[in-house]
Design a protein around this ligand. Structure first.
Ligand code: NDP
Length: 444
């Protein structure tokens, strides 16, 4: 049995029931085959075994009191996966589906994503099975304070710098930061995605969505094409989806559908983003409201139908495994040419094969959604330098980083004999630097 297969088999044995983690490991390790074949020293130093084993896993109790005086208990996680190239960096996810497997898959992906940005940041991820949906501000605040009362001892501006993810936006980062500062007395860049009044960076809110579109636009440009006049379907209606929609529209695309976890909206005239922002960002309400407010738009219960809508470009921006092989086949049948992953691992392994076999340009998450973490690293640079860059400055840096990521994964895929396979290109390009750093630092 080959080295990669043996590592994967052992990983599955050691991490039973962790389906998301196993899926991410399989996607990554399989894509690394060409580089592992060139480097026999990796096997001698058990590099892949070390790479897939988190440096540290922290799991903790998060007790808090709801508005009716009931004591609730959630579980908190921080997986500090790999610090070979810099301090751990990666978001916190608050969603009822969070478990150790989900956090480990996200942490493993994050290592390569962060490496691809070219910035000195290692990989980590965290979160809780707490559901902020339907909770009052007071409940969210008390939960965040309790969460940070344990987490603060494990993080720091030079060791581990969390950010937002699903269910963790500006409000949650504010409460988490306030508690960190109270406990430590330090006003430092220990969290990114902070408000502009207390150390945040311009463009951080828009960064993941904008970055996704910058990278996809580069792939289009390389093929003599652009977003102009294209029909786009975007899943989700959260942070990443909203700003992907904004940038795609500004480049002349028509976004016709979006969803939340209950159902999707279709608007053949093109989604009115001001209405979506009002509903999702301001009112924290359901996307179904859109159809009640915009004439001609329709709302359909359930998410799956969105992938039956004909489009040129699909941007899945909600959650993992949103697109399976049947959804991928429907998209291909209806003419999709580009798929850019805004969410983490939104496409199943079988779905990816369908796209690749059909010649769809498939842009994997660790490259396509790296704009968020890249801008977080720019926030860290501004914090430690006590500087504040303009919107245009940060946006230009973000665009340059995303275009560079595209060039890197394209060139890497080509140089390893798999031109156009961006899954392999992104995995190898991200892994090269991490592997070199791990080899240089000895068996640690
Ligand atoms: P948000 O919480 O802002 O939005 C998530 C959106 O996806 C909401 O519309 C939500 O619907 C929907 N959603 C969540 N879970 C499901 C589900 N199980 N089924 C259907 N819809 C679902 O999160 P973000 O926009 O920040 O994150 C979206 C994705 O992008 C995640 O995969 C995240 O890991 C990834 N990402 C985010 C980055 C960031 O900077 N924020 C950076 C890189 C990646 P509802 O409103 O009903 O909950």
């Amino acid at each position: 049995m080959e080295y990669i297969e043996r590592v994967l088999e052992a990983l599955k044995r050691k991490n039973p029931g962790e389906s998301e983690f196993q899926q991410a490991a399989e996607e990554i390790l399989t894509g690394l085959k060409p580089i592992v074949e060139r480097h026999p020293e990796y096997e001698k130093t058990a590099l892949l075994e070390r790479f897939t084993e988190p440096e540290r896993v922290i799991m903790f109790r998060v007790p808090w009191t709801d508005d009716h005086g009931n004591v609730c208990v959630n579980r908190g996680y921080r997986v500090q996966f790999n610090s070979a190239i810099g301090p751990y960096k990666g978001g916190l996810r608050f969603h009822p589906s969070v478990n150790l497997s989900v956090i480990k898959f996200l942490g493993l992906e994050q290592i390569l994503k962060n490496s691809l940005t070219g910035l000195p940041i290692g990989g980590g991820k965290g979160g809780s099975d707490f559901d902020p949906k339907g909770k009052s501000d007071g409940e969210v605040m008390r939960f965040c304070q309790s969460f940070m009362s344990e987490l603060y001892r494990h993080i720091g501006q030079d060791t581990d710098v969390p950010a937002g993810d699903i269910g963790v936006g500006g409000r949650e980062i504010g409460y988490l930061f306030g508690q960190y500062k109270k406990l430590t007395g330090l006003h430092v860049g220990v969290l990114t995605g902070r408000g502009l009044s207390y150390g945040g960076s311009l463009v951080r809110t828009e960064a993941t969505g904008y970055g996704l579109v910058y990278l996809t636009a580069k792939a289009l440009e390389r093929r003599g094409d652009s977003f102009e006049g294209k029909t786009v379907v975007i899943s989700g209606s959260g942070n990443v989806a909203i700003y992907a929609c904004e940038k795609a529209q500004s480049l002349g695309a028509k976004v016709v559908a979006m969803y939340d976890s209950n159902g999707y909206i279709y608007d053949g005239e093109g989604i009115r983003l001001d209405v979506v922002k009002q509903i999702k960002e301001k009112e924290r309400a359901r996307i179904s409201e859109y159809a009640a407010r915009v004439k001609g738009a329709v709302y359909c219960e359930g998410c799956k139908g969105i992938w039956q809508i004909p489009c040129d470009i699909a941007l899945p921006c909600a959650t993992q495994n949103e697109i399976d092989e049947n959804d991928a086949a429907a998209l291909v049948k209806n003419g999709v040419k580009y798929v850019g992953e805004g969410a983490n691992m939104p496409t199943t392994l079988a779905g990816i094969s369908v796209f690749q076999n059909a010649g769809v340009v498939f842009l994997p998450a660790k490259a396509a959604n790296a704009g968020g973490v890249a801008t977080s690293a720019l926030e860290m640079a501004q914090s430690s330098g006590r500087m504040f860059w303009s919107f245009a400055e940060v946006d230009a840096k973000l665009k340059a980083i995303m275009e560079n990521i595209y060039e890197q994964m394209d060139a890497t895929a080509e140089s390893y004999g798999c031109a156009g396979n961006y899954v392999a290109g992104a995995n190898i390009a991200g892994f090269e630097k991490v592997a070199e750093a791990m080899m240089a630092q000895g068996i640690v």
